[in-house]
Design a protein around this ligand. Structure first.
Ligand code: 4FV
Length: 259
């Protein structure tokens, strides 16, 4: 996988190539990260990349010319890559989208600043527009890093053992089950017995049951979108029943962010 990032702040991307899963993936050549600064594609002595918005209003807008030249240079260096602009107006990304993105050989990520980018640049030189969430950030750098982190961990060989990406939250459209580690007992309580049993079938069933219950309680929209198999429906009903038995005073299991 190859990422080319067009950004006014290339230095911030060091965090991806220097640390953790993404740092190891870069070191092992599973992914290449190339950084391009639009200022290097300006013609004027002030290296101007932005100007005031036509029609008035606050802030500044990124100019077409430096970005057009930068994209042309990147496309020449990475002819198989598609160009994606990160903005709140884009397609809202989720795990399924990250799996799709990871199938491509490469992406050019355009990280905007100021109020955004001149619309003509988006219309004529951008293939896709993506959003990481319905809120406004001060730049596209963090969204670009979010996409890169989420995609790099899906690359074969990026995680300790490939199997773990499959177990990730959302990979099966459900929230993740609770996790525990040593010691078995702390002041906060004891690890659920089933996890100490060594009975892998029972452990897998418990984890699915917990994931179903949590998703039902915290993100019923995901259950609606995904639907449930007969087995999952039975597991969820049993979990809901047990939860009502365990918290009779709380009545039917309504939405709650913490169990
Ligand atoms: C954003 C988002 C985002 C908007 C103007 C950068 C900012 C500023 N990008 N998902 N949410 N971008 O807020 O992707 O230039």
């Amino acid at each position: 996988m190859r990422f080319d990032v067009i950004t006014l702040f290339p230095e911030v991307f060091r965090i991806l190539s220097a640390y953790g899963v993404s740092g190891r993936a870069v070191a092992r050549g599973l992914v290449e990260i190339h950084l391009w600064n639009p200022r290097d594609f300006t013609q004027d002595p002030h290296r101007t990349v932005d100007d005031r918005p036509y029609g008035g209003g606050p802030g500044m807008v990124m100019k077409v010319e430096p970005l057009r030249a930068a994209i042309a240079a990147v496309r020449a260096a990475a002819p198989h890559s598609r160009v994606a602009y990160l903005s709140p107006q884009g397609r809202l990304l989720d795990q399924a989208a990250m799996v799709e993105i990871a199938q491509q050989p490469g992406w050019v990520l355009l990280a905007g600043r100021y109020e955004g980018v001149d619309e003509r640049l988006i219309e004529h030189h951008v293939d896709e527009e993506w959003s990481i969430g319905d809120y406004v950030l001060s730049g596209g750098e963090l969204p670009a890093m979010v996409v890169m982190d989420a995609v790099i961990r899906l690359l074969p060989g990026a995680l300790g053992h490939d199997q773990s990406a499959q177990l990730d939250s959302y990979m099966d459209g459900l929230l993740d089950c609770p996790h525990y580690t040593r010691p078995e007992e702390t002041a906060e309580g004891r690890v659920p017995e089933v996890l100490l049993s060594g009975d892998h079938a029972a452990i897998a069933r418990w984890r699915l049951r917990q994931a179903l219950l949590r998703t039902w309680q915290r993100r019923p929209d995901l259950i609606k979108r995904r639907g449930l198999s007969e087995r999952e429906r039975a597991l969820l009903e049993a979990a809901l029943e047990a939860s009502i038995q365990a918290h009779p005073e709380e009545g039917p299991v309504e939405y709650r962010s913490k169990p």
